[in-house]
Design a protein around this ligand. Structure first.
Ligand SMILES: NC(=O)N[C@@H](CC(=O)O)C(=O)O
Ligand SMILES: [Zn+2]
Ligand SMILES: [Zn+2]
Length: 351
């Protein structure tokens, strides 16, 4: 049985590549299937200047295998002291594609993030004028708010008022995890889009907690109920151009996940495309996978469509990936989607 689906080479519009040995280990995993990626700036210290973004881009390119072509699209980490002129200059030079808003302490390496959105309004106004997109980790950090409600509360209390005040600001609600988030994006006329992750499309909160606690399924925003996963899958497979793939592949050493207080993040860049082909096939929407992974995101960012192709091939036997990938002295555990995957991503042509 050979069923080949040939699609435009995908882009990953939300990716963590880290730095050092981890960067060296995980970058080739993204290059295999993806032509470009929006690179998250939450390094330690964070990427807050155009010069730091340029240097980081150089380190990423040095980790790209010679046989691959991969374009890192850099972002700046917004802080309460971000200089709008610096951001605009980086954008004008083409090195900076967007700025990322992390509410302080919302997620991995977000302690330099924004404590009060009022404090960055002057930067956001300049971004709106210049057409620079704001990418948001959309969760409030108030300890009074239940962790499963933090995205919905962020939308109501932060995002919606912000968009009313600055309707021209282009916003990506990153890793949207709830029906509320999907409905909110759909309700907007223009200038609002959302990325959807591999793991939020594949898994729900039972996968973390039922039958034993599974630290490899812990990520932020945390996995939600099945009804939310269904809403995300419906959005991803709808063809609606406001929804596109951002894997949020976020590698942490296995030792930092399998511990009493484990890090948030799943490593999915290796197997995202086969997992997505399986999910889209399950709902008879394989014809929509190209829009979701390869067309919608590029259109939002005003990028040309990739000329390379990716072949997705149906297999007789389920896929087996290495359980872990070595990264220097550490290793990273590959995300197990929890269902058999009968697709391969093969013969990616770069050109
Ligand atoms: N998604 C995650 O669970 N973790 C990300 C940060 C983020 O995207 O929020 C990371 O950098 O580890
Ligand atoms: Zn995030
Ligand atoms: Zn992320």
């Amino acid at each position: 049985m050979t069923e080949d689906l040939v699609i435009t080479r995908p882009d990953d519009m939300h990716l963590h590549l880290r730095d050092g040995e981890m960067l060296g280990a995980v970058t080739p995993c993204s290059c295999r299937d993806f032509a470009r990626a929006i690179i998250m700036p939450n390094l330690v210290p964070p990427v807050t200047t155009a010069a730091a973004a340029r240097a980081y881009r150089g380190r990423i390119l040095a980790a790209v295998p010679e046989t691959d072509a991969f374009e890192p699209l850099m972002t700046l980490y917004l802080t309460e002291t971000t200089d709008p002129a610096e951001l605009k200059a980086g954008f004008r030079d083409g090195i900076v594609k967007a700025a990322k808003l992390y509410p302080a302490d919302a997620t991995t390496n977000s302690d330099s993030g924004v404590r009060d959105i009022r404090n960055v309004m002057p930067v956001l106004e300049r971004m709106a004028d210049a057409g620079i997109s704001l990418l948001v980790h959309g969760e409030v950090t108030d300890p009074e708010i239940d962790i499963f409600d933090r995205e919905a509360v962020f939308i109501d209390h932060v995002l919606d008022p912000l968009r009313k005040e600055l309707p021209e600001l282009r916003v990506v609600l990153e890793h949207v995890t709830t029906r509320n988030g999907v409905d909110y994006v759909k309700s907007a006329d223009a200038g609002l889009a959302a990325t959807l992750t591999t793991h939020h499309l594949s898994l729900n909160r039972n996968d973390i907690l039922a039958g034993g606690i599974r630290p490899h399924y812990y990520c932020l925003p945390v996995l939600k109920r099945e009804e939310h996963r269904q809403a995300l899958l419906a959005a991803a497979t709808s063809g609606d151009a406001r929804f596109f793939l951002g894997t949020d592949s976020a590698p942490h050493p296995t030792t930092a996940k399998e511990t009493a207080c484990g890090c948030a993040g799943m490593f999915t860049s290796v197997n995202t495309m086969p997992i997505l082909a399986t999910l889209f096939e399950q709902v008879a929407k394989l014809d929509r996978i190209e829009a979701f992974t390869s067309l919608n995101g590029a259109a939002f960012y005003g990028l040309a469509r990739n000329s390379g192709k990716l072949h997705l091939r149906k297999r007789a036997e389920p896929q087996v990936w290495p359980e872990r990938i070595r990264a220097g002295q550490e290793d990273v555990t590959v995300c197990d989607p929890g269902f058999p995957v009968y697709w391969d991503a093969i013969e990616g042509t770069a050109a």
